[in-house]
Write a protein that binds this ligand. Sequence first.
Ligand code: PMP
Length: 439
Amino acid sequence: MTENRPVRLQAGHHNLDPHLDRYAARTAGMTASEIRALFAVASRPEVVSLAGGMPNLAALPLDTLSTQVAEIIAEDGLVALQYGSAHGIPVLREQICEIMALEGISAHPDDVVVTVGSQMGLDMVTRLFCDPGDIVIAEGPSYVGALGSFTAYQAQVTHVTMDDDGLVPEALRDALAQAEKHGKRVKFLYTIPNFHNPAGVTLAVERRAEILEICREYGVLVVEDNPYGLLGFDGQTYPALRSLDPDNVVYLGSFSKTFASGLRVGWVLAPHAVREKLVLAAESATLCPPTLNQMIVSRYLATHDWQGQIKKFQESYRERRDAMLTALEQHMPAGCSWTHPDGGFYVWVTVPPGVDTKAMLPRAVTARVAYASGTGFYADAFGSRQMRLSYCYPTPDRIKEGVRRLAAVLESEMDLMRTFGNVSPRTISGPQNPSPDTA
Ligand code: PMP
């Protein structure tokens, strides 16, 4: 196969990677997500970033937490600072079962594996189940980090449509039937049923059993990713898919959105038969999740009103969601539409035909607002008329200002289209051009 490899590079080609011919084939699809590429510019203070999905931690009780961390080290430091088991500390796994009970899950702590964020869970599950060329079914759009894991293991993603009630069961059935017809092997359905990232919609309760039934019929596992499930703005929760079909659902959970993303503590609840392989995969990835961080989470859950804290998060996100929806209503040009989330962090916006959100992004950043363009949330080329707006992090006033700026950029984009007909705005102006505010 070496003849297909890139020619070895000569010294002096500083801008080319001298290791190019060494990488494993699986790295071919690994590219920086559009969101990551944008991060540096979008984090300048003058830019209102509606692009990232950083949780707003301002309401956390930092004084209490710092006392607790000091107590853990003083009382139990030699355990906290030592290796632990790949499975995770037992007391935390019990507490995780109590949390999952809020969404109807009945689980044994032995079947919970603590991970370094649910991102690690995604990586492990893909590693365990996907050979190159296997198909993963995912909602279209889907979580960019999950798409990254699927690509890294050379799985192919088939997207299935959503509507305001989440994944459309008939579309799922069609996709599975098509794959079967073409002799393709579908390994699992990856789904985010609650307060979807990036779509902002929730899978209707009536659809849940049907989706599980379809997956059973086609012999396909379900991977349920649920980091936002407790962030319903009215405190509402939905029955987890896992609660309805424990033997065919791998459930991924996280403390990133309900407590502290920087601690990197999440978990996988697998069917009993899968658990052993998961622990082995976790061991080879990290030996064990960080003991200190697990103890911090565990003590916080045991001693703090964590459900009251989640209520505070819900209130702060609700206020931000309201600010965003009001501003969209006030400012967006005719022809745009968007979802109305009842929880979570994101609004998914569709712009009029002809506007390309990826091409428009540099002009938006020049106008001091950033968003995540839709194409990053698809494994194929779809999504050019979509964008994700996050309301989780900026203040309500900044959100309103950001949407106002975005609407002005869109207006000028649509003006250009009206003037130049169907000439793509990408060819008319570029990132180097003056901002629509100053042009
Ligand atoms: N799944 C989804 C749907 C997410 O939105 C995120 C974070 N944005 C993750 C998984 C990863 O979360 P973490 O690794 O912090 O638990």
